[in-house]
Design a protein around this ligand. Structure first.
Ligand SMILES: [Zn+2]
Length: 61
């Protein structure tokens, strides 16, 4: 088994981590919510262009 933080060999004393440091890192992640899935960043390319979204621009001449 390897440490989930740094992938080094696990130390029985700190299972499932390799060291106290990695155990603290894992705890810190939980406390700061880093394990929560971050919101998807909005890609500007997925949004319609301003001219396309404007009904006036689609009006026939
Ligand atoms: Zn580690």
């Amino acid at each position: 088994m390897t440490c989930p933080i740094c992938s080094k060999e696990t130390d029985a004393k700190y299972r499932p981590f390799c060291s106290r440091r990695c155990a603290d890192v894992d705890l810190g992640r939980w406390l700061t919510g880093s394990y929560a899935i971050p919101a998807e960043p909005v890609d500007p390319d997925d949004l319609p262009a301003a001219s396309e979204a404007d009904p006036a621009a689609r009006r026939p001449q």
